[in-house]
Design a protein around this ligand. Structure first.
Ligand code: ADP
Length: 501
């Protein structure tokens, strides 16, 4: 691998008490993951009815790697006609072979998919990092193993649905249209496809236009797994393709994860239809740090909460609320820790923060950085070097912000943390709940009673205590308010794919 050119780092630790002088003590050496064994095709077709088929208009769109800005492949653009074909294939499979299978046989297919994902984990991880910009450490240790875990978990339920919902007669809903975002491409696919199949449904899934690679690799895996034709159909394309799925008359359920704006459009389109739906949308998670918390551990938790996956996480903890008397100390420790984060090549195993997923998102985050300054915030950015090409943003802190600032209220979806202070638990709760969102939050304190008080009062689907961004297939996930409706994961996630009478 050629040496990556980087922009100079000028950083020398400035905090008076800083002991974290990595810059002058240790040299940094690259540790690139090899992509030699990953074969990326020149272009990918649509996966419909168990076959790879050309799009009806023969149109393809380019996919760039955000870390190099170079084209990596092309994906087919699915039109209304293609979506219709996919829905027909899914309906045929639903009426036929898939529904005729014993639930335990259905489970075997899902287990097989889980095991094959594990076998091909390295290829998937590398593809995810090249295509989406996330650090290989995260795709290797989080995205891919968790995706397999969701398939394992839901495979286990396939023949036990009556036990999951005692007294009910669970029935699949039918053909499910599933639209996923670009921040956790394969993991979001797993969250959607695994429970749907376990419940006996068939699916038409559309990955995000900037990150379709692992979904198409998954299509190949599905074919290799011998899943009956039409049970899983994958169509690529942008928003219009998604809208064709949402508006198709023969779809029984829509599962969407993405921005609140698109979620609202989808909800309007579904109003008045009898389609079931779940929407997992944006967030602006608050991290509440009390004076009695173990501060160094809390700082690690905060770093993970906001800088994990470049901050492209709907449940990211993007607002720190710190108790006033420890604020200066915490901010100093955060700044010191920020300086140790390595921003760069996603395939380098040292990298903590990879590339911003697309040019569009890069511009969006940068416009929020400008907005923060206009609103009067103080900006602190780490001084690490970043590669010359590719979309990189250094980890950023905004201090001196107020509750009404747009950078505090709106989802930035990038490596940007705002810091506010509070005096009492009630004030922290009030501030935490005062945004249009309600997806996730975190509390750091030594006192269990405070965890229960604050945890219960936060209007968030998930509240983590003394940790953050922990995901598990058994645990439901979803939001209140503009963060969406419905839950994914665990038994709640199963019920969304069943008619329970
Ligand atoms: P984000 O940029 O936060 O991922 P988007 O909501 O733009 O969010 O994208 C999420 C997914 O929704 C993507 O797969 C995208 O192609 C799809 N999408 C965008 N617009 C629409 C729409 N009007 N109807 C259905 N799907 C859409």
């Amino acid at each position: 691998m050629s040496e990556t050119k980087t922009k100079e780092s000028t950083y020398k630790p400035t905090s008076p008490n800083s002991k974290l002088d990595f810059a002058s003590l240790w040299e940094y050496s690259e540790a690139p993951e090899s992509s030699a064994n990953l074969e990326i095709k020149d272009k990918y077709e649509l996966f419909i009815g168990g076959k790879f088929v050309k799009p009806s208009k023969d149109r393809y769109f380019k996919s760039l790697s955000p870390s190099t800005e170079k084209e990596i492949t092309q994906f087919a653009e699915a039109t209304q006609k293609d979506v219709d074909k996919a829905v027909k294939a899914a309906r045929k499979a639903f009426k036929g072979e898939w529904s005729d299978l014993k639930p335990s046989s259905r489970a075997k297919y899902i287990y097989r998919i889980a095991r094959m994902l594990q076998e091909r984990a390295r290829e998937f991880a590398i593809a995810e990092s090249i295509d989406g910009g996330k650090p290989i450490r995260e795709s290797r240790d989080v995205d891919i193993p968790l995706a397999a875990a969701y398939f394992f978990y839901y495979a286990g339920w396939a023949d036990k649905l009556e036990y999951a919902f005692p007294g009910k007669k669970p029935k699949p809903v039918g053909v499910c249209g599933q639209i996923i975002p670009w921040n956790f491409p394969l993991l979001m696919l797993a969250w959607k496809i695994a429970p749907a199949l376990a419940c006996g449904n068939t699916v038409v899934l559309k990955p995000a236009e900037t990150t379709s690679l692992t979904a198409m690799m998954f299509a190949e895996l599905v074919k290799d797994a011998g899943l009956p034709d039409g049970v899983v159909n994958i169509v690529t394309g942008a928003g219009q393709t998604g809208a064709e799925i949402v508006n198709h008359k023969d779809i029984d359920k829509i599962a969407f994860t993405g921005s609140t704006n698109v979620g609202k459009i989808i909800q309007k389109s579904l109003a008045g239809t009898d389609k079931k739906y779940t929407l997992e949308l944006g967030g602006k998670g608050a991290l509440i740090l009390f004076e009695d918390a173990p501060i160094d551990q809390a700082v690690e938790g905060i770093i993970n909460a906001i800088y994990f996956n470049q901050g492209h996480v709907c449940c990211a903890g993007s607002r720190l609320l710190v108790q006033e008397n420890i604020a200066d100390k915490v901010i100093m420790k955060l700044k010191d820790r920020l300086e140790t984060l390595i921003v760069g090549d996603p395939l380098d195993k040292n990298t903590d923060i990879g590339a911003i997923n697309s040019k569009e998102q890069f511009d969006r985050v940068n416009s929020y950085l400008e907005l923060g300054v206009e609103e009067g915030a103080e900006v602190y950015q780490s001084k690490c070097s970043v590669p010359e090409s590719g979309y990189y943003i250094r980890p950023t802190l905004f201090t001196n912000v107020s509750q009404s600032n747009r950078v505090v209220q709106e989802e930035i979806f990038g490596p940007v943390l705002t810091v506010q202070t509070f005096r009492t638990a009630d004030e922290a709760i009030e501030k935490a709940n005062n945004t249009p969102f309600g997806l996730a939050g975190g509390v750091w304190t030594d006192k269990g009673s405070k965890i229960f008080k604050v945890g219960k009062a936060l209007r968030s689907g998930v509240v983590w205590a003394n940790t953050y961004n922990k995901f598990d297939p058994t645990s439901p996930f979803g939001g209140y308010k503009e963060s969406g409706v419905g839950r994914e994961g665990g038994l709640h996630g199963l019920s969304a794919y069943l008619n329970l009478k």
